[in-house]
Design a protein around this ligand. Sequence first.
Ligand SMILES: Cc1ncc(COP(=O)(O)O)c(C=O)c1O
Length: 391
Amino acid sequence: MLNQELIQKEFGYIGDHVYLNNSLVGMPPERVKQACRRFMDDYVATFNDSIKSDLLAKRERAKAAIAKMIHARPEDIIFEKNVTESLSTFAMGYSELQPGTNAVIVDSDFPNTIYPWINARHQRGFDLRVYRTCRGQIITRELLSLVDENTRVLAISMVQSGWGYLADLKALGQFCRERKIAFVVDGFQGLGRLSVDVEECAIDYMPCGGFKALMGTWGAAFIYCRPEIIGRINPPTAGYQSAKSHTLAPGVTTEFDEIDFKDDVRRLEAGSQCTYAIESMGLGVELLLELGVREVEAHVLALDRYLRSRLQELPLDVVTPEDPAALSGLIAILFPAEWTRRAGKILSERKIHVTLREGYIRLTIALFNTQRDMDAFYAAMRELCRANAEN
Ligand SMILES: Cc1ncc(COP(=O)(O)O)c(C=O)c1O
């Protein structure tokens, strides 16, 4: 049972809304709202001295929380702006990807998880092998049948953002590690709801943005990078932050042949960053740790199973994994496209927030959701089915 008093304190402002659109954007807790307000107040009040003095401490604090969440070391974590750039860094920089080699990706992944590979393929000349899914379902054995002796990377989302399938990370990771294939996992739709141990899952590189289940805001993502593979990534960007040394005025740069990149993962981190977004993500993760990562996962999955069992009685196409271990707290529902307008009306009258597209609803359960939220969504779907049956 999650600490309801703490959840009420942090999310009481949600009130009588039923917020289930957590796969689009998560809702931040009070501590994050306050930190964002404080950021700008301090910025102007101290003529930005507060940013300079706090920057490192806030980054280190966020790294420590994130590392704990995924069972990594803080020194193997860096920050980026978003998942797209984080994946592009790997796709453009991974030196093992040469002409004649290939990377395996998945067709139902979010475009930002796919496009960095298409772009890098064009620029670097390696091949792409695409796993074609049926309704986003990842069948491990079928996915792995695409791997051959030239495969250097397997890149996949932890949870399919449109369909909700949780990949079998342990099986995939182990397979890749045995064959020296880099295992790249986009954690954005899984972390914050589900637990991951990067060691146990043999993950080599995992980016995750801050503005969904990590409860931060736009502008920051983190990257976990296994130290053993850092030497195989040529930094596609460079700035003083990624170098061991630099010269500022009144000195001038005197070395123009080489950049002396840092030895660890910080060699991939160039340019200024969005401090308040990093801080927000770290504070969101701290809340998650306070509530318990495993406890949050159990809560989310219990509500997922509960809602699915209720929805079974309605004439809706609820996308359901064959393997119950692939549930993730993200539920996709398909229905006739002509119901969409009515669905929007019923949901907004009941203050229920989901992702609604033509003939498609996606809802994602967060740590603050309750059984009452599930019942409210079920009642809305029942009304939708009834109204359409009567017409
Ligand atoms: C799995 C996944 N990866 C990435 C993104 C977005 O990437 P970015 O942080 O680059 O906007 C999303 C959705 O917003 C997503 O669902």
